[in-house]
Design a protein around this ligand. Structure first.
Ligand SMILES: C[S@@+](CC[C@H](N)C(=O)[O-])C[C@H]1O[C@@H](n2cnc3c(N)ncnc32)[C@H](O)[C@@H]1O
Length: 334
C-alpha cells in the first residue's frame, strides 16, 4: 500500500478513487486480487499470464516485439506480408474478422489491406489502452469496415456485437495460443469451433519447435526488457492491490522444458522474505518461484493433431524459410 505522508494533499479516499479510475483505464478484468491470492496460496505458486497485461505490461510487450532476440513478431509479420493475398483468398468473402488478443495491433492491417471481402472487424483484448488504439487505427484506415472492440477476457463469456449475413473468421496471432497449456489450447479451439459453426475459420499464429538457445534468448533478452515485462506483474500488484513485493528480491527466469516443448517463465525469490497482499502474508524462501507464463512450441504435425481433436482441419500452413514460425488456417470440420 502506498504510504500517505503529511505532504499528501488529497485524502486517502480521493487517492483510492483515483486508483480505482486508473485501474478501470488499465484493465477490464477485476479478478486480479482473487487470482493472485489463490495463485500465491498454491504449493506451486502461479498467476495466470493475462495479468501481465496492464497498460505498462502492454507497452513493455510492444518493446519486446522490437528486440533482436524476439523473432516471433517480425517472422509472423513477414509470413503475413509474403502471403497476404493468398491468405485473403483462402478466407473468402463476406467475413467478420475477429482478432483475439489484438494488443497494439498492426498484424490485421497486413491482411485487411488485401481483404476487400472483409466487411467487419472486431478486436478483443483484456488491456484497454492498446485495444483503443487498435480500434481507432483500423477505423481510420478502413472507412468501408464496420469496426468495434470488446475489452474483456476471452476465456470467459464474451458479448460479441451481432453480425448478420457475415461469416466469422477468428484471427489469433502472436503465438498467444502458446500461452495455453496444450489441453487448454484444445478446449479453447473447441469452444471457438462451436461458436463459429460449420465452415468457420481460425487463422492462428503458431510458434514452432526450434533450438532451445534461440528460444531462451527470445524470452530473456540482453537488454532485460522481457525481465521488466514479467516483473511488472509484481509492480502491478503493488500499484493496484497495495501489495508490497520487493522487486529487487525477485528475478526473471526463462527456461525451455523439452517435454512437451515450452518456455517456462517464473519470478524467482532471491531472498528469505515475506510479501503482504490483501491482508495476508506469504513467505518466500530463496529459489522459490512464482510461475507467470508458459509459451508452448509445436511441431506442425503436433498442432494439426491438436486442432483436429478440437474439430478443425488445418487447411493451409504458411511458414518462413527457416521454419521458425507458422501461420495456420483452420476450418471447422463439417
Ligand atoms: C502475446 S500478446 C500478442 C499481442 C498481439 N496480438 C501480437 O500478435 O503481437 C497477447 C495479447 O493477448 C492479450 N490477452 C492475454 N490474455 C488475454 C485474455 N485472457 N483475454 C483477452 N486478451 C488477452 C494481451 O493483452 C495481449 O495483447
Amino acid at each position: 500500500m502506498q504510504l500517505l505522508t503529511s505532504l499528501d494533499y488529497s485524502s486517502a479516499e480521493e487517492q483510492l478513487d483515483e486508483a480505482a479510475t486508473s485501474r478501470e483505464e488499465t484493465t477490464c478484468d477485476d479478478s486480479f486480487m482473487a487470482e493472485l491470492l489463490a495463485g500465491l496460496s498454491r504449493a506451486d505458486r502461479a498467476v495466470p499470464c493475462r495479468f501481465l497485461y496492464d497498460a505498462a505490461g502492454s507497452a513493455l510487450f510492444d518493446e519486446i516485439c522490437e528486440l533482436p532476440e524476439y523473432y516471433p513478431t517480425r517472422t509472423e509479420c513477414g509470413i503475413l506480408k509474403a502471403h497476404a493475398s493468398e491468405i485473403a483468398a483462402a478466407i473468402g468473402k463476406d467475413v467478420r474478422f475477429i482478432e483475439l488478443g489484438a494488443g497494439s495491433g498492426g498484424k490485421a492491417e497486413i491482411l485487411l489491406d488485401q481483404m476487400p471481402g472483409a466487411r467487419s472487424y472486431v478486436c478483443i483484448d483484456i488491456s484497454p489502452v492498446p485495444l483503443a488504439g487498435t480500434e481507432a487505427a483500423v477505423r481510420q484506415r478502413y472507412p468501408r469496415l464496420e469496426v468495434s472492440s470488446v475489452c474483456g477476457n476471452y476465456l470467459g463469456e464474451l458479448e460479441l456485437p451481432k453480425a448478420t449475413g457475415l461469416r466469422d473468421v477468428c484471427f489469433f496471432p502472436g503465438s498467444t495460443i502458446g500461452n495455453f497449456e496444450r489441453d487448454d489450447a484444445r478446449a479453447f479451439l473447441q469452444t471457438w469451433r462451436e461458436r463459429l459453426g460449420p465452415g468457420g475459420m481460425m487463422l492462428v499464429g503458431v510458434d514452432l519447435k526450434k533450438d532451445s538457445a534461440i528460444l531462451e534468448q527470445a524470452y530473456d533478452d540482453a537488454q532485460g526488457v522481457t525481465a521488466r515485462f514479467s516483473m511488472n506483474l509484481l509492480s502491478r500488484a503493488n500499484r493496484e492491490l497495495g501489495a508490497d513485493f520487493d522487486t529487487a528480491h525477485f528475478r526473471h527466469r526463462a527456461r525451455y522444458v523439452a517435454d512437451p516443448g515450452h518456455i517456462e517463465i517464473t519470478l524467482v525469490s532471491t531472498a528469505e522474505q515475506d510479501v503482504r497482499v490483501g491482508g495476508r502474508t506469504f513467505a518466500f524462501s530463496p529459489g522459490e518461484a512464482i510461475h507467470v507464463e508458459n509459451s508452448h512450441k509445436y511441431a506442425v504435425a503436433e498442432f494439426a493433431d491438436l486442432a483436429g481433436d478440437a474439430g478443425f482441419d488445418v487447411t493451409r500452413v504458411w511458414t518462413d524459410e527457416a521454419k521458425l514460425f507458422s501461420v495456420q488456417l483452420l476450418t471447422a470440420k463439417a
